[in-house]
Design a protein around this ligand. Structure first.
Ligand code: ACO
Length: 369
């Protein structure tokens, strides 16, 4: 039966997508969508990415959360990688149909959290190992053990390929990991905070956040960005390809953002990182041409909605330029964002408040007897 709700239930409509709703105070990060500014605990993203290693940026983000004050993260993450490698046989025995992302979630679920390392360190240090091992297993290779002498970025590349990477590749990946470390109350971070607010353990919050990140409207976009670049193939095809896609009402991956009404500052941080990888790389040149064509087509198609380049566009280009397989783009996003999720869970738990919004019932009323 489909009767209209009673007048008593006629409460205001919810705000679609919770757009503009403030759901937390945070000292961790601030996204100014009008100005195109991202601040991580008092510092602009441009002053962190490419300026300090991932471990130092995490240490900066985690201050005052009781994790890293007495704990140096370079050896901490290295130790966490070694511990996580003990879980890798479980991943090798898992169903061959599992994706790298699912295998990472499996590894995380099985990760023992002892007393030696704080949980955020153990979890953040483990995911790079599960990513690299899962990729090698899926491609028929033996997992490579972590190397405690390397930083996270260089060791990810070594665990993927078996060889110590060129410095510029490690630097580019390091810049990427810092760039995506934290970003306000995005969908996956909100998910982590909701789960953390129930006092569930940190692993559960990170597992849930990984689920939220995986969708194409969030962290699943960079793979399709590269598919788009490949499908366009040459600068002269860009305008026509984009016009057809928009005519079919498709979204251009790597463009648009819920908060930014201007360029996502992370796009430029990553674009800067490409310069050291070689101006001559033809795919980088092609991507720049496609970006220009997309921006012009979006401006024409949606004159009232500013749609600019987001972080995912140059994520795809940068990761591809250092030889990362596109199936690893979303898994790597999870690796870089995990310390951010952990920080938000700890911050949320400091409030002691359960997140439990209300819904507006629009279903049928029970029959009165
Ligand atoms: N290409 C074409 N049209 C777009 C795009 C796009 N990339 N993004 C938004 N639009 C259009 C929508 O179709 C809609 O048009 P309509 O009003 O005619 O229906 C209008 O702009 C508003 O779109 P919404 O979905 O309401 O805006 P929202 O703020 O919810 O969307 C989002 C943000 C999901 C990121 C969107 O811009 C998008 O889908 N982009 C492509 C996917 C992507 O790049 N995701 C990564 C985001 S960055 C990150 O999460 C790390």
């Amino acid at each position: 039966m489909t009767e209209a709700p009673s007048p008593a239930r006629m409460t205001p409509d919810p705000i679609a997508g919770l757009e503009g709703v403030v759901a937390a105070n945070t000292s961790l990060s601030h996204v100014d969508g009008e100005e195109g500014v991202l601040i991580l605990r008092g510092r602009l993203i441009e002053d962190l990415a490419g300026k300090m290693p991932f471990e130092a940026a995490v240490q900066h983000l985690w201050q005052d959360l009781g994790v890293s004050a007495a704990f140096s993260l370079q050896p901490g993450f290295a130790r966490a990688r070694q511990q996580a490698f003990k879980v890798v046989p479980l991943l090798e025995g898992a169903d061959a149909a599992l994706t790298v992302y699912e295998r990472m979630q499996l590894g995380l679920a099985a990760l023992p959290l002892g007393d030696e390392l704080p949980a955020p360190v153990a979890i953040s240090g483990a995911l790079p190992v599960f990513l690299a091992a899962s990729h090698r297993i899926a491609s028929g290779h033996q997992p490579v053990a972590p190397d405690a002498t390397l930083g996270t970025a260089a060791d990810i590349l070594k665990m993927l390929t078996g060889t110590v990477p060129p410095q510029e590749s490690a630097d580019a990946l390091d810049r990427y990991l810092v760039t995506i470390l934290d970003h306000g109350l995005n969908a996956s971070t909100f998910t982590a905070r909701v789960i953390g607010s129930t006092q569930a353990d940190l692993k559960q919050a990170v597992l849930g956040a990984m689920g939220a990140l995986s969708g194409p409207l969030h962290g699943g976009a960079p793979g399709p960005v590269l598919d788009m670049i490949d499908a366009i193939g040459a600068p002269e095809n860009a305008a026509g390809w984009i016009e057809s896609a928009l005519a079919r009402k498709e979204r251009l991956m790597g463009f648009g953002h819920r908060i930014y009404r201007t360029r996502d500052p992370r796009a430029d941080v990553l674009k800067d990182g490409l310069r050291v990888l070689g101006e001559e790389n033809p795919k980088i040149r092609l991507a720049e041409d496609i970006e220009l064509a997309a921006l012009s087509a979006l401006k024409e198609a949606k004159p009232d909605r500013p749609l600019d380049t987001n972080v995912e566009f140059y994520t795809a280009v940068l990761l591809d330029a250092i030889g990362i397989d596109r199936t690893l783009f979303t898994p790597l996003f999870a690796v870089g964002r995990t310390p951010g999720w952990c920080a938000h869970v700890l911050e949320q738990q400091q409030t002691g408040k359960l997140i439990r919004p209300s819904s507006h019932y629009v279903g049928p009323e029970p029959e009165t007897v």
